[in-house]
Design a protein around this ligand. Sequence first.
Ligand SMILES: [Zn+2]
Length: 371
Amino acid sequence: MHTEFIALQNASPGTHQTLQVMRFGQPGASPKVYVQAALHADEVPAILVAHQLAAKLAVLEASGAINGEIVLVPFANPIGLAQLVQGQHHGRFDLRDGGNFNRGYADLVPKVVTQLQGSLTQDIHENTRIIRHALHHATAELPAQNATQDLKNKLLHLAIDADMVLDLHCDHEAVMHVYGLTPQAPMVEALGAALGARAVLLATESGDSPFDEACTRPWLQLQEMLPGFPIALACFGATVELRGEADTQHTLALQDANGLCNFLAQYGALSQIKTTWPEPQCAATPLSGSEPVTAPCAGVVVFHRQPGDVVAAGDLIADLVDAATGQITPVHCKSSGVLYARAGARWASPGKRLAKIAGTSLARTGKLLSP
Ligand SMILES: [Zn+2]
């Protein structure tokens, strides 16, 4: 294993932040797998899984079981990791401007499409190599106006030429769930099965360019824009939500690291692992069908349902209690499905997302992810 530290743009004089990058296997070898943890820096179960994964990969590397290269970034967001305000950790949004650390990644396709038109061939494998090279080069040229933009560009540069990109997150209170691209549904489902996911949510475009889609969607976009050339979906990507933010247990982290290694072995990135094919815990559902159950008014939240509960349309999910008026407002869901995540806070203001249900009856449009 080789560890490198990439210097990030200084936010202010006298400070110095680095990105730690752990490389296992042969540098530049194929398949390249890229795994990063806690891009939302307060989603620390991801860091615990990265810790277990690093230990496992070191053992596998020593026995020659890594077939290509595995790049692990155990702290993907040093900026967010340092954002403590009066004792509270704020790792989801950049305190400088309120931007979400997992949105707004560069759209690389306009930067490469003209050049690719002149260089692509009728050989699909050769085209993968050409496109990867062009995308990788484009990420090296991205301008950064501030430290967060610089971090985003550097993460994208590390991942863009990978065959597989796994972005490890968690929700507030949740069961294991996975987000992925609809055209890659079989692999997303296999990943969900390997991790025991209770929800697998698929979209062709979630909106606002989260990290995994910035790596995967260029291949889809190029297929659409350059129909005269054979182009593979050569980068598989997914966002893994490792349950809730308080779910830090050694046993769970080890189980999750084992699940990830099992999936990597199925995929051909690891050998010497007895590959198992666990039964999926759920069927994939469209992200557009995921229901955000929202608070119609302010109040203290009293939940009636837990993460992992299977609910029916019309079920009572929570009460909102207003002590000033004595009013209790019941909040019901519209969808049937698995309640896969719920809010961590117990005070709701109007419009707050209280819970998310993996349903099939809604057809939301526009931006599909939480803000
Ligand atoms: Zn997250």
